[in-house]
Design a protein around this ligand. Structure first.
Ligand code: NAP
Length: 446
C-alpha cells in the first residue's frame, strides 16, 4: 500500500518517464515505505525532496561506433545517468548487455542512491552502460568498443565528479580498457576515477569478491538475528558471474552447501555441492557456458531453461539480474521451507515475490542493503587511491564485514523505529532516504 500523497508523486513519475517499467517498479518500492517518514517530518514534503530525488540530476545518451575484427561497423547506444550527488561524487557501475536501455539504467541509478547512502560512505548515486553484448566478442573487439565508449564518457567523469565501476558484462578486463583510454585522453593517472581496477594498477584487494561476500555477510547477520546460522544449510545461488561466484565461495567458507547456480541458458543442479574451482575455470577463465561445467562433473545435471527456485533449499540468493524471481518462484521457495532470501542482484525479486517473503516470515534482504558490499569496497578503493596506499586482504575484508553489519543493524533499528519490526525493505528504504533527504535539505535547492 502506498500513501495517498506519495501515490500522486508516483503517478507523476510514471507520466514523466513513460515506457520505463523497471524505473517505475524501483521508485514504487521505495515510495511504498516512505509514508511514515513524510508523516513524521513535514519538511521533506515542503521542500519536495521526494520529487527531487526521483528526477536525475543529469542524463547522458550517446552514440558508440566501433568496428569488429572483420572491419564491419557497429553502432551501440551508451548511457550515464547521474542521479544524485548530495553525498559525494556520482558512483555506480556500467552494464554492457543487449537489454540495456534508459529505463533500466534509471532504475539502477535510483537504487544506487539509496544503496550508497546505506554504506555510510561519501558517494552519490549513478549508473551507466550500453546495449553492447561482449559475449562471443574477441578481446580486441571489446577493447575497441570500450575505447569508443570512453571517448564520449570521459568528459563527464572525474574523481570528484563521477566514478564508474563494473556491473553485468563489465569486469576487470573492461575496466582496464576503459581506464587506459581515460588516462590517454586526459593525460592524468587519475586512479580514483574508476573502481574495480586490477590490483597491479590501483585496484583494491577484495573488490572482486566484495559484492558476493557482502551478500553472504548480510544473510549471516539476518540469520544470527533470529538465533540461526549458515552452517550446514543448503543454498541456491542464481547466476554464475562475479556476484554469484563469490557468494558461493563465502557460503562454502561458512559451512553452507550451494546445490545449484545458473546462467542465461539454464541451471546446473549439483546435489554434491558446487565445485567452485571448476566453476571459476569455466566462467572466469574459459568464459564458457554452464553446460561445460555439467559435462565435467559427474554429480551435476544441466537443466536447460530450468527453474532454479523449484530446487529445495533453506537459503536463496538471487545474483543474476532484475525480476528473475517472481511470485511463483517465491511460492516454491516458501513451500520448500526456505528461511532467508537476500538479493545479490539489483531488484531480482518482483514486488509480488518480495511481498510473499515478508508475509511468510522469510528473512528478506533487499538488494540496496544486501549487495551494498561491492560499492562500499569501491569506496574503500577510492580511499586507498587518494592516500596512495594499498591495504591487505584481511584488513579490507574486515572493513567490508563491519560495513555490512552496520547496514544490517541500521535496517533493523530503522524498521523498528517506524513500526515495521524485522522488515528489511522498510528499514533499508527509510534509513537511506533519511540520510539523503537530510543532506539535500542542508545543501539547499540545487
Ligand atoms: P556478471 O558477472 O556479468 O554475471 C551476471 C550473471 O547473471 C551471468 O551468469 C549471466 O549469465 C546471468 N544473467 C545476466 N542476465 C541474465 C538474464 N537476463 N537471465 C538470466 N541470467 C542472466 O554480472 P554481476 O556483476 O555478477 O552482476 C549480477 C547482478 O548483481 C546484477 O543485477 C548487478 O547489477 C548486481 N550487482 C553487481 C555488483 C558488482 O559488484 N558486480 C554490485 C551490486 C550489484 P550469462 O553469462 O548467460 O549472461
Amino acid at each position: 500500500m502506498i500513501d495517498e500523497k506519495l501515490e500522486a508523486i508516483f503517478d507523476d513519475v510514471v507520466r514523466r518517464n513513460p515506457a520505463e517499467p523497471e524505473f517505475h517498479q524501483a521508485t514504487r518500492e521505495v515510495l511504498e515505505s516512505l509514508g511514515p517518514v513524510v508523516a513524521r517530518y513535514p519538511e521533506f514534503t515542503r521542500h519536495k525532496i521526494i520529487q527531487r530525488i526521483c528526477e536525475p540530476e543529469r542524463q547522458v545518451i550517446f552514440r558508440v561506433p566501433w568496428q569488429d575484427d572483420h572491419g564491419e561497423v557497429h553502432i551501440n547506444r551508451g548511457f550515464r545517468v547521474e542521479f544524485n550527488s548530495v553525498l559525494g561524487p556520482y558512483k555506480g557501475g556500467l552494464r554492457f548487455h543487449p537489454s540495456v536501455n534508459l529505463g533500466i539504467v534509471k532504475f539502477l541509478g535510483f537504487e544506487q542512491i539509496f544503496k550508497n547512502a546505506l554504506t555510510g560512505m561519501p558517494i552519490g548515486g549513478a549508473k551507466g552502460g550500453a546495449d553492447f553484448d561482449p559475449k562471443g566478442r574477441s578481446d580486441d573487439e571489446v577493447m575497441r568498443f570500450c575505447q569508443s565508449f570512453m571517448l564520449e564518457l570521459a568528459r563527464h567523469l572525474g574523481e570528484y565528479t563521477d566514478v564508474p565501476a563494473g556491473d553485468i558484462g563489465v569486469g576487470t578486463r573492461e575496466i582496464g580498457y576503459l581506464f587506459g583510454q581515460y588516462k590517454r585522453i586526459t593525460n592524468r593517472y587519475e586512479s580514483g576515477v574508476i573502481t574495480g581496477k586490477g590490483t597491479a594498477w590501483g585496484g583494491s584487494l577484495v573488490r572482486t569478491e566484495a559484492t558476493g561476500y557482502g551478500v553472504v555477510f548480510f544473510t549471516d547477520a539476518m540469520l544470527r538475528a533470529r538465533g540461526l546460522s549458515l552452517d550446514g544449510r543448503s543454498c541456491l545461488v542464481s547466476g554464475a558471474g562475479n556476484v554469484a561466484i563469490y557468494a558461493i565461495e563465502k557460503l562454502h567458507e561458512l559451512g553452507a552447501k550451494v546445490v545449484a547456480c545458473s546462467d542465461s541458458d539454464g541451471v546446473v543442479h549439483d546435489p554434491a555441492g558446487i565445485d567452485l574451482d571448476l566453476l571459476k575455470q569455466v566462467k572466469e577463465v574459459e568464459r564458457a557456458r554452464l553446460t561445460v561445467y555439467a559435462e565435467r562433473r559427474a554429480s551435476a545435471t544441466h537443466l536447460p531453461h530450468g527453474d532454479i527456485w523449484s530446487i529445495p533449499c533453506e537459503v536463496a540468493l538471487p545474483c543474476a539480474t532484475q525480476n528473475e524471481l517472481s511470485g511463483s518462484g517465491a511460492k516454491s521457495l516458501i513451500d520448500n521451507g526456505c528461511v532467508a532470501v537476500a538479493e545479490g542482484a539489483n531488484m531480482p525479486c518482483t514486488a509480488n515475490a518480495a511481498r510473499a517473503f515478508v508475509e511468510a516470515g522469510v528473512s528478506f534482504g533487499p538488494g540496496k542493503a544486501a549487495n551494498a558490499g561491492g560499492v562500499a569496497t569501491s569506496a574503500l578503493e577510492m580511499q586507498q587511491n587518494a592516500s596512495r596506499d594499498s591495504w591487505t586482504f584481511e584488513f579490507t575484508e574486515s572493513k567490508l564485514a563491519t560495513i555490512m553489519d552496520g547496514i544490517h543493524a541500521a535496517c533493523l533499528e530503522t524498521a523498528d523505529a517506524f513500526g515495521a519490526p524485522g522488515n528489511y525493505i522498510v528499514g533499508a528504504n527509510i534509513a537511506a532516504f533519511q540520510r539523503v533527504a537530510r543532506a539535500m535539505l542542508a545543501l539547499g535547492l540545487v
